[in-house]
Design a protein around this ligand. Structure first.
Ligand SMILES: [Zn+2]
Length: 217
């Protein structure tokens, strides 16, 4: 349920009151290194620290895996939260009351639709992922292909790589059973209408899938 967008003032207030060093230190012990602080990256396995936090800029960056961002993105990635959830969690810690902007019923509808499409996209990624790890020659072949290209299992899982099945309607059928309209899959670019205009087919078939989360909105 979406209940209004968190106001920019709330976000700014939380960012001003909290120190990224203190937040990250709860998860990773940091040591000062000149102007910055360093520690072992919480997002990938490493023995020498390449994870850097800048107190001046209030950002973090890992030279090993490229993870980076501010306090909000850190909490999102570390705790698996959405942006509003991360703001709420940090607001509670900072003692800031979360204000939300009033929104019109139309905006509310748009947000709900966006939310729904996002969830469908997530579910599609899980569908492709499951298919990649399913027993059978197709999944096995795809996994071997990825591993030959230096994707280890951890990376494949972390980035939710998947495999689109070879059928013309594998994904459409999967979602049909879950009450998702094919039109919604078209909006997400996951299905296409056929030339005759008589039906729809899966846009992606028999190929490796890299989920792109900014498809929505
Ligand atoms: Zn890293």
């Amino acid at each position: 349920m979406v209940s209004g967008l968190i106001s920019q003032e709330t976000i700014n207030e939380v960012a001003t009151r909290l120190d990224i060093v203190e937040i990250i230190n709860d998860y990773v012990p940091l040591k000062r290194q000149g102007r910055n602080l360093q520690g072992l990256c919480p997002f990938h396995q490493e023995k020498t620290p390449s994870f850097t936090v800048s107190p001046e800029k209030q950002v973090f960056y890992c030279f090993g895996c490229g993870a980076g961002g501010n306090i909000f993105t850190f909490i999102m990635q570390k705790e698996g939260l959405t942006f509003p959830e991360a703001v709420e969690k940090l607001a509670a810690r900072a003692g800031v009351t979360v204000n939300r902007n009033e929104i019109s019923p139309l905006q509310q509808k748009k947000l709900e639709k966006r939310d729904r499409l996002y969830r469908i996209n997530e579910e599609a990624a899980r569908f492709f992922q499951k298919n990649l790890f399913s027993p059978g020659p197709q999944g096995k072949q795809a996994l071997e292909y990825l591993q030959k290209r230096a994707f280890d299992l951890e990376t494949i899982e972390k980035f939710q790589l998947g495999l689109a099945p070879s059928q013309w309607d594998g994904l459409i059928k999967f979602f049909e059973k879950r009450g998702v309209k094919v039109q919604e899959l078209v909006e997400l670019g996951l299905a296409l209408p056929n030339k005759q205009g008589t039906g729809y087919y899966d846009r992606f078939r028999n190929r490796i899938m890299f989920p792109i989360w900014d498809n929505v909105g």
